[in-house]
Unconditional design. Structure first.
Length: 195
């Protein structure tokens, strides 16, 4: 089979009959390329995909599915609007597909995954935060967070870190376990220099 640039497939046996790819097939192909874009280069891939598809509906459908997964798998960090902190796009801080908690400041960031920006920030609700019992261990959480920040500052000058209560955040009494997760994201990209 031979694939040409218009998304048609022609048989090699000389049959000149061409079949147009369905919108679903185009979307799945576009989504695959977006999901497999190298870290820091998804916007370049997206621009090329949009140009090749020449169909905003198919592109938007693929992008709306691919970008959230890509951003989470690469632990994208985004600057909180009007603040000096960053929020990490990670499943540990995910409130819903477009909202992520920044545990240090107890803020929830609303994210535009395709544009890769925070669009707004709001205080976290009680239900989104660890229980008062877990919060009683805040001194330990703060000490852990401070040490992790120190380590990241020394080892990864542009790194971002957060400590999340991953399991048991609703624990209300002694004898129950909860689990903390440290997430560190540090990336330096220079696509122009191929790194």
């Amino acid at each position: 089979m031979h694939n040409n640039s218009r998304g048609r497939v022609a048989e090699e046996d000389g049959n000149q009959e061409e079949a147009e790819l369905s919108e679903k097939q185009k979307k799945e192909i576009a989504k695959w390329f977006l999901l497999n874009a190298p870290a820091g280069e998804i916007q370049y891939v997206a621009k090329d995909i949009r140009s090749v598809l020449d169909d905003d509906n198919v592109y938007n459908a693929a992008a709306s599915e691919a970008f959230p997964s890509h951003n989470k798998s690469h632990l994208l960090s985004l600057k909180l609007p009007g603040k000096s902190e960053d929020v990490l796009i990670t499943s540990f801080g995910e409130i819903n597909e477009n909202e992520y908690i920044e545990p240090r400041t107890a803020q929830v960031a609303r994210v535009d995954h395709v544009k890769q920006v925070c669009t707004e920030v709001r205080p976290a609700t009680d239900e989104e935060l660890p229980s008062p019992y877990v919060e009683d261990y805040r001194y330990a959480l703060c000490a852990l967070d401070a040490e992790i920040m120190k380590y990241v500052g020394e080892a990864y000058p542009k790194g971002v870190c957060s400590v999340y209560c991953a399991r048991g955040k609703d624990v209300e009494e002694p004898g129950s376990d909860f689990e903390l997760v440290v997430v560190i994201s540090a990336a330096r990209h220079s696509p122009q220099n191929f790194w």
